[in-house]
Design a protein around this ligand. Structure first.
Ligand SMILES: [Zn+2]
Ligand SMILES: [Zn+2]
Length: 314
């Protein structure tokens, strides 16, 4: 099969052996569409450490090719997507039914071979069926939706006034998700704007690109007693002004993922419209151009179609 592989000093499309199920609890998936994410770009640049010769990619949809004997509930032909962050299964959190609290997770496209390939083998516990109304394109966008859905866990309410810092795809997606939960009094702030956001004006403010300046602006924007929601995955530490935080008694809430199935259901039942956030589809061979573009453009999500056949419903 063809796959986009990050080697020690290179990224290249390679011909790999057709993968087999990694275990009886795994599902082998024929990838239909795989979205490009900042994380993939960072891994390709070596900014995020990964295993040697890893197949990149973690946001995808596909069709079950083969299901292991213990991968109950799945059969060849099922349309699926995958939660790419995989709990270890053995720690105290995992063994007490709290795998979402696992701190030993591994990730597709970093620690395991990912989805920029014609096939990928993943644990059945990470696989979710796509309802009929959800296209492969939408299905491949489930992970960003689930990541954005985490803001619902921040304890914010429909009667509150909010600010999303960052006029980007992520900010727009979060605004739509909040609206789906009836939290509609929410403004998006564009950092390119001349004026700073209004001060002491918001019950909560959601960060989508953390820098010292962003945090300063968010701390200024929330009301005393307000809440700042940390959402981006900045790898380097960011400075915050303790004096402002303490004086205003600001609550900081960090959120990671919302419920994956709920993310899919939001798209399935039409409460969340995402199609206009989803962009072009490319062949794996176009990766250099597509990755380069992703570094400078925050516009629509772009996808790779690793297989040779047409995507069946996109
Ligand atoms: Zn991602
Ligand atoms: Zn664990």
């Amino acid at each position: 099969m063809r796959a986009l592989v990050k080697g020690k000093n290179s990224v290249a499309v390679k011909e790999l052996p057709h993968p087999v199920l990694r275990g009886e609890s795994d599902v082998l998936i024929c990838v239909q569409l795989a979205g490009l994410c900042r994380t993939d770009v960072f891994v390709s640049e070596g900014k995020i450490a990964c295993k040697d010769d890893v197949v990149l990619g973690h946001e995808f949809s596909g069709i079950v090719e083969e299901a292991g004997a213990n991968a109950s509930g799945f059969k060849p032909g099922d349309r699926v997507t995958v939660m790419p962050v995989i709990p270890c299964g053995t720690c105290a959190f995992c063994t007490s039914q709290n795998p979402d609290k696992c701190q030993n997770t591994s990730m597709l496209g970093i620690d395991h071979d990912g989805a920029f390939a014609e096939y990928v083998s993943v644990p059945a516990s990470a696989v979710y069926k796509l309802p009929n109304g959800v296209s492969f394109r939408q299905g491949a966008y489930s992970e960003p939706v689930a990541a954005s859905l985490s803001v619902i866990k921040a304890g914010i309410r429909p009667d509150q006034k909010g600010l999303i810092y960052g006029n980007n795809r992520f900010g727009n997606l979060i605004k739509r998700i909040l609206a789906a939960y009836d939290i509609k009094n929410v403004a998006i702030y564009d950092p390119a704007a001349q004026e700073k956001p209004a001060e002491n004006a918001f019950d909560f403010a959601i960060e989508t690109l953390a820098t010292d300046e962003t945090m300063e602006a968010l701390f200024a924007a929330v009301k005393p007693g307000g809440k700042v929601v940390l959402k981006s995955r900045k790898h380097e530490p960011v400075g915050i002004n303790f004096n402002t935080a303490v004086r205003k008694e600001i609550t900081l809430v960090a959120v990671n993922y919302g419920d994956f199935k709920e993310a899919i259901d939001l798209m399935a039942d039409g409460r969340l419209q995402v199609d206009d956030l989803l962009g072009e589809t490319y062949a794996l061979e176009d990766f250099a151009k597509v990755f380069e573009n992703a570094k400078t453009h925050e516009s629509a999500k772009v996808f790779f179609k690793p297989g040779q056949d047409d995507v069946r419903d996109c």
